[in-house]
Design a binder for this molecule. Structure first.
Ligand code: ADP
Ligand code: 5GP
Length: 199
């Protein structure tokens, strides 16, 4: 186990409006980078489809989430949708950094901007944009995991989130999955190599 002073807290931040394809892209990228580990967040929303506790999210009750805030267990947290909170647990990311691995965050736009401010040059922030809001709507419909109301609130938030895309280090348009995976992989490879050189 390295000394605390030798722990290098590096991370890749991926943010995008819901339905832009983050989970799809992350699932393709993770196997390509063994030193990259996904940070499983806590959330108060209910599991969707095949999602599993501890793998996709830690599904917390409102009480559990509030207690975790009180105990200062979060690196950051947000109420992403009205009534639904999401947060990064320190107990999740610290063991990754202790191995000198990089953390991959899948967080909302506000969370992404906050984490970038915390880690600055030790972080690379990537915004995944859908080709258009119309295509985003089609993808949310096709995914078939959200109610009409849920889709409406996700689309409204997407429009808002797109306005902050310029605050990210890079913007990748997820038109073609293979192309987007290639582009993100190139960014990660450069970031890892550059960070390894300066150490
Ligand atoms: P997010 O994690 O950002 O909410 P998902 O990864 O669940 O989004 O993707 C939303 C839907 O869009 C899924 O059904 C997924 O298969 C589909 N999808 C993702 N990327 C593309 C793409 N480039 N072209 C077409 N469909 C895509
Ligand atoms: P979903 O409900 O579609 O899984 O996620 C909704 C949004 O919450 C996505 O934008 C996702 O990136 C974001 N999110 C997931 N975990 C966290 C987290 O720990 N912190 C923040 N700030 N956002 C998160």
């Amino acid at each position: 186990m390295p000394e605390p002073s030798l722990i290098h807290k590096r991370c890749i931040i991926i943010s995008a409006p819901s339905g832009a394809g983050k989970s799809t892209l992350i699932n393709r990228i993770l196997p390509k980078f063994p030193m990259l580990e996904f940070s499983v967040s806590a959330t108060t929303r209910k599991p969707r489809g095949e999602e599993q506790h501890g793998k996709d999210y830690y599904f917390f009750s409102n009480e559990e989430f509030s207690l975790a805030i009180e105990k200062e267990n979060f690196l950051e947290y947000e109420e992403v949708y009205a009534g639904y909170r999401y947060g990064t647990l320190l107990s999740e990311v610290d063991p990754i950094w202790k191995k000198n691995h990089l953390v991959l965050f899948d967080v909302d736009v506000k969370g992404g901007i906050r984490i970038k401010q915390l880690f600055m040059e030790d972080a690379i922030s990537i915004f995944i944009a859908p080709p258009s809001l119309e295509i985003l709507r089609q993808r949310l419909d096709a995914r078939n995991t959200d109610s009409e109301n849920n889709i409406k609130s996700r689309l409204a938030r997407a429009e808002e989130e797109m306005r902050f895309s310029h605050l990210f280090d890079h913007i990748i348009v997820n038109d073609n999955i293979d192309k987007a995976v290639e582009e993100i992989s190139t960014l990660i490879t450069h970031f890892v190599e550059q960070k390894t050189c300066v150490q």
